[in-house]
Design a protein around this ligand. Structure first.
Ligand code: NAD
Length: 263
């Protein structure tokens, strides 16, 4: 799956899954834009990629802000030309796991990043591809919680369910232009995204994902009995973005070890 000299933007690439996706494309020869809200993390991923001989540029971006998305596309295209692949990965969760305890302000924040942010970013990249007659690929990131709720994180789960349906509608709009749009829904991957729930549950930092994996194994709901690694999500994203997936669009690919929560 070569991405030699292709221009690829990854949002939320300063940590976790987005960082692994950025490394994956850079290793395959792409020019990768690290679009992240947190500058320090974003710049350190650029440094990591450059130290390995890859090409990357950090552009500070809050995906929920339309002005930031306009700025991102302008600076990214100045640096690397038309966009070939766009990965909408930035996402956040709420701090209260019960839907009854989420404040309306936090609900709006989660939707602003996960749903509105994904829409703003994908739309801008799609417009750039169309203006430049690029038959590119867009991949969004949802979650298994979008289809298989656990009675927790209602804002997160529902905002990500919206991402799947938006992905499908965008795929239909862009099909005539030869642009493919797909979604990847990860299962349990140990990243900082769980830090809010760890605080709420008074758990040690970095322990929630493994606890959840253990519980899911005990109840027979995780067919591949371990957590997922960011690189395994990146592999699926790279596949869907590549020519290997030239006949695939409007799909949601679960990369979750066969996890099926029915409790
Ligand atoms: N970790 C998991 O188990 C898991 C499971 C399913 C889905 N996901 C999804 O994968 C994606 C990546 O999550 P992660 O686990 O790597 O999380 P993470 O918290 O480790 O990383 C998220 C990154 O996004 C950045 N970010 C947050 N808000 C932003 C904004 N408004 N604009 C730009 N950047 C922003 C953060 O600075 C960080 O670098 C998310 O969309 C998440 O919902 C993760």
């Amino acid at each position: 799956m070569g991405f030699n000299n292709m221009h690829i933007i990854v949002t939320g690439a300063g940590a976790g899954i987005g960082r692994a996706i950025a490394h994956r494309f850079a290793a395959a020869g792409a020019n990768v834009i690290i679009a992240n809200r947190n500058r320090e993390n974003g710049e350190s991923v650029v440094q990591e990629i450059q130290e390995k001989g890859g090409s990357a540029l950090y552009i500070q971006t809050d995906v929920s802000q339309e002005q930031d998305i306009t700025n991102l596309l302008q600076k990214a295209t100045e640096a690397f030309g038309p966009v070939h692949v766009a990965i909408s990965n930035a996402g956040i969760t709420e701090s209260a796991s019960s839907a009854l305890d989420i404040t309306s302000q936090e609900w709006d924040q989660v939707y602003a990043v996960n749903t509105r942010g994904s829409f703003l970013f994908c739309r801008a990249c799609a417009q750039n591809m169309m203006e430049n007659s690029v038959q590119g690929a867009i991949v969004t990131i949802s979650t298994l919680m979008a289809r298989d709720g656990k009675g927790m994180s209602g804002a997160y789960a529902s905002s990500k369910a919206a991402v799947i349906m938006f992905t499908k509608t965008l795929a239909k709009s862009l099909a005539p232009m030869g642009i493919r749009v797909n979604c990847v829904s990860p299962g349990i991957v140990a990243t900082d995204i769980y830090s809010k729930v760890e605080t709420e549950m008074m758990m040690e930092k970095g322990t929630f994902a493994d606890w959840l994996v253990e519980e899911s194994i005990k109840s027979g709901q995780l067919l591949i009995p371990r957590r997922g690694e960011p690189e395994e999500i990146a592999s699926a994203v790279a596949f869907l973005a590549s020519e290997e997936a030239s006949y695939i669009t409007a799909q949601n690919l679960s990369v979750d070890g066969g996890l099926d929560w029915c409790w």
